[in-house]
Design a protein around this ligand. Structure first.
Ligand code: PLP
Length: 381
C-alpha cells in the first residue's frame, strides 16, 4: 500500500539534495568545529556558511543566528533567555492562548518563577485582537511572544502590526515561526522582529535541528551551561551535519517559495471544492484568507475523529487532528476551544497539510475516502 502523506505541518521528508550535502559531515568531514586542525576548520566553515544562509533567508545578519536542537529549544532559549536577562526592566510577558506548548509551557514555567504572563485570546477566526494587545501592555512588559502561524489551523497573525506596537513601546518581539518559515516570507527588518524560532524538519530539512535569531543589541542569557559554543549562548558541540542540512533546506525553501505557495494553494482549494460537494455540515477552522497556503483544518459534525483517522490510516492516508481523538487525551485541542468550535464539531477536526509531493489525484483519493468513512460511520451509529 502506498502512503499518501498529508501531514506536512507535523514533519516533512528530508530533500535528497539536502541529505547529500549532510552526509560527508557524519564520517568524512567529521571534525569538531572547535578543533584547530583542518577537518575541524572545515566543519567550522560549513557551520558559518549555514549561518549565513539562515540569516539571508530572514533578512538578518549571520551573527544574529544561533543553532539549537529544535524549535522547542529555540522557543525556550528565546523566552527564558530574554526574560532572565531583562528581569530588572520588568517581569511581564504577553503571549497568546493558541501558542504551541513549547511557548505555553515555557511561559507557565516563568510564571512559577515570579514572572507575570498575559495570555491573549483570539477571535473566531484564530487571529489576535490588536486593541487587546495594546491594552495588555503595562509598565513592566518586557516581551511579546506571538506565533507567526498556528500549527493546527495555520492562521497567520498580524506580525507587522505586532512588530510596530512592540517597537513603539520599547518591548521585545519574539515570534515562533516554526510553521511559517518555508511557507511564507518573513523579513525580520520589515516586521520589527527581535527574536525568531525556526525548525528544519518543517521545510524538508532534518529533525532535531533548529535555530534562533536574536537581533544584535537584544540582551539574552544562555539557559544551558557548558562550553563556549554559539558565541557562549548555547553550550554543546555543534551538530554539524544537521546544521549543514538546515542551511541548505532553508536556502532551497526560500528560492522556491512562490511556486511552492501556488502549488499548495491550488491543492488546498481543490480539496475544499471537492469535499464540500460530498459532505454537508463542514466547519472550516481558522481564517480562510490569513492562513498558511497548505493548511486546511475542518470539523465534521457528529463524527468521531478517532474513527476517521484510524480508517484513513487503513488506506494509507496520513493526516492529523487537533481534537482529543488523535492524542488519546480526553481534552479537546486548546486551539479549537479558544476558537469556540461548537461541541458537536469539536470532536472531529481534520488537519490536512499539503506538501511538495502531493497531487490532485491524491486529493481525490483523500476526498473519496473521507466521504466513504463518514458515510459508513453515519450508518453504524
Ligand atoms: N512551534 C510550533 C508552532 C510547532 O508547530 C512546533 C512543532 O510542531 C514547534 C514549535 C516545536 O518544534 P520542534 O518539533 O522542532 O521542537
Amino acid at each position: 500500500m502506498s502512503i499518501k502523506y498529508f501531514d506536512h505541518a507535523a514533519t516533512t521528508p528530508v530533500r535528497e539534495e539536502v541529505l547529500k550535502e549532510m552526509l560527508p559531515y557524519f564520517n568524512i568531514e567529521f571534525g569538531n568545529p572547535s578543533s584547530i586542525y583542518s577537518i575541524g576548520r572545515k566543519a567550522r566553515k560549513a557551520i558559518e556558511i549555514s549561518r549565513e544562509k539562515v540569516g539571508n533567508s530572514i533578512c538578518a545578519k549571520s551573527n544574529e543566528i544561533y543553532f539549537t536542537s529544535c524549535g522547542s529549544e529555540s522557543d525556550n532559549l528565546a523566552i527564558k533567555g530574554f526574560a532572565y536577562a531583562n528581569k530588572n526592566n520588568g517581569n511581564h510577558i504577553i503571549t497568546t492562548k493558541i501558542e504551541h506548548p513549547a511557548v505555553l509551557n515555557t511561559c507557565k514555567k516563568l510564571e512559577s518563577q515570579g514572572f507575570e504572563v498575559t495570555y491573549l485570546g483570539v477571535n473566531k477566526n484564530g487571529i489576535i485582537d490588536i486593541e487587546q494587545l495594546i491594552n495588555s501592555i503595562k509598565k513592566n512588559t518586557i516581551l511579546i511572544s506571538v506565533m507567526s502561524a498556528n500549527n493546527e489551523i495555520g492562521t497567520i497573525q498580524p506580525l507587522k502590526e505586532i512588530g510596530r506596537i512592540s517597537r513603539l513601546n520599547n518591548i521585545a518581539f519574539h515570534t515562533d515561526a516554526v510553521q511559517a518559515i518555508g511557507n511564507i516570507k518573513i523579513d525580520v527588518q520589515e516586521l520589527n522582529i527581535d527574536l525568531l524560532s525556526l525548525s528544519a524538519h518543517k521545510f524538508y530539512g532534518p529533525k532535531g535541528i533548529g535555530s534562533l535569531y536574536v537581533r544584535n543589541g537584544i540582551n539574552f542569557e544562555k539557559i544551558q551551561d557548558g562550553g563556549h559554543q554559539e558565541n557562549n549562548k548555547r553550550a554543546g558541540t555543534e551538530n554539524v551535519a544537521e546544521i549543514v542540512g538546515l542551511g541548505r533546506a532553508i536556502e532551497i525553501a526560500n528560492k522556491n517559495l512562490e511556486n511552492y505557495n501556488d502549488k499548495l494553494k491550488n491543492l488546498r482549494d481543490y480539496y475544499i471544492r471537492e469535499i464540500t460537494k460530498n459532505i454537508p455540515n463542514i466547519l472550516i477552522n481558522g481564517d480562510i484568507k490569513n492562513r498558511l497556503p497548505g493548511n486546511i483544518n475542518m470539523s465534521f459534525k457528529d463524527i468521531d475523529g478517532e474513527y476517521l483517522l484510524f480508517n484513513l490510516d487503513e488506506v494509507g492516508i496520513c493526516a492529523s487532528t487537533g481534537s482529543a481523538c488523535s492524542s488519546g487525551s480526553s481534552e479537546p485541542s486548546h486551539v479549537l476551544v479558544e476558537l469556540g468550535v461548537p461541541n458537536d464539531y469539536i470532536n472531529c477536526s481534520l488537519r490536512i497539510t499539503f506538501g511538495e509531493q502531493n497531487t490532485k489525484e491524491e486529493v481525490l483519493f483523500l476526498v473519496e475516502n473521507i466521504t466513504k468513512i463518514i458515510n459508513k460511520y453515519k450508518n453504524i451509529i
